[in-house]
Design a binder for this molecule. Structure first.
Ligand code: C5P
Length: 221
């Protein structure tokens, strides 16, 4: 079907930030709005796919006709993503997963004192890297990168290290790109190419990403 090119395919998308608890009332997080991941999920649904969206806490409305899985921490996102990944055809990790979490979350609210507060952080699992390790030959994997310097080099390194087929690199220093906005300006990297795309609506970029993934699945890999 020309208008439902993703019919019969399962598309798994992650979106939004994660929240890493410090105590029952506080957390560490980031500025991700979830807009890019939600736009990709909505686009995949419109293209006929079976869509699962694993989302961190965002202020966006849930998407109709999309299976929504809500999580808070990176550990919970890992669990939800790995559960859905096994039979997914396309996996797009657009979430801004926290790289670190507080080593322990206090049972009770941390009381203030006159002293400094020192918090120890430990590494979170790298979900995308894990997905790259367990990827089957028929799966297509897309990661995102956001950097404040050496974007293209860092993105190339990430694509290779995490065994992605596609990597979308956001430039944080450009207006109309990255967090919160409705548009994005990105570089699109594949195994042997890099393309600098013009400013695009996030849903339009979603369409481009899904078309690229379909071409890769059809054998241009
Ligand atoms: O290495 P970096 O975190 O910059 O890579 C970004 C990509 O990795 C994004 O696609 C993000 O969703 C994913 N990621 C992940 N698990 C983490 C950190 C990032 O899946 N713990």
């Amino acid at each position: 079907d020309e208008f439902k090119p993703l019919k019969t395919l399962k598309v798994l998308v992650s979106a939004g930030p994660t929240q890493e608890p410090l105590d029952p009332v506080r957390f560490i997080s980031n500025h991700s709005s979830g807009k890019q991941g939600y736009a990709i999920a909505a686009q995949a649904r419109d293209m006929g796919a079976d869509v699962v969206l694993v989302s961190g806490p965002v202020s966006l409305d849930p998407l109709p006709d999309v299976k929504m899985v809500s999580i808070h921490s990176a550990i919970d996102m890992e669990k939800a993503v790995l559960k859905e990944a096994a039979d997914a055809d396309f996996i797009i990790m657009a979430a801004a997963v926290a790289d670190y979490r507080p080593k322990a979350s206090a049972d009770q609210k941390i009381k203030k004192s006159d002293d400094h507060l020192i918090v120890e952080f430990v590494r979170n699992p790298d979900i995308l890297k894990k997905l790259g390790e367990i990827k089957t030959p028929s799966q297509v994997l897309c990661g995102f990168a956001m950097e404040t310097q050496n974007l293209d080099e860092n993105a190339r390194e990430k694509l290779e290290k995490k065994n992605c087929d596609l990597l979308i690199a956001n430039n944080l220093s450009t207006k109309g790109a990255g967090f919160q906005t409705d548009t994005n300006i990105v570089s699109l990297l594949k195994k042997d190419s890099i393309e600098h795309l013009p400013k695009m609506d996030k849903k339009e970029l979603g369409k481009r990403i899904l078309e690229e993934m379909l071409a890769i699945k059809k054998g241009e890999k």
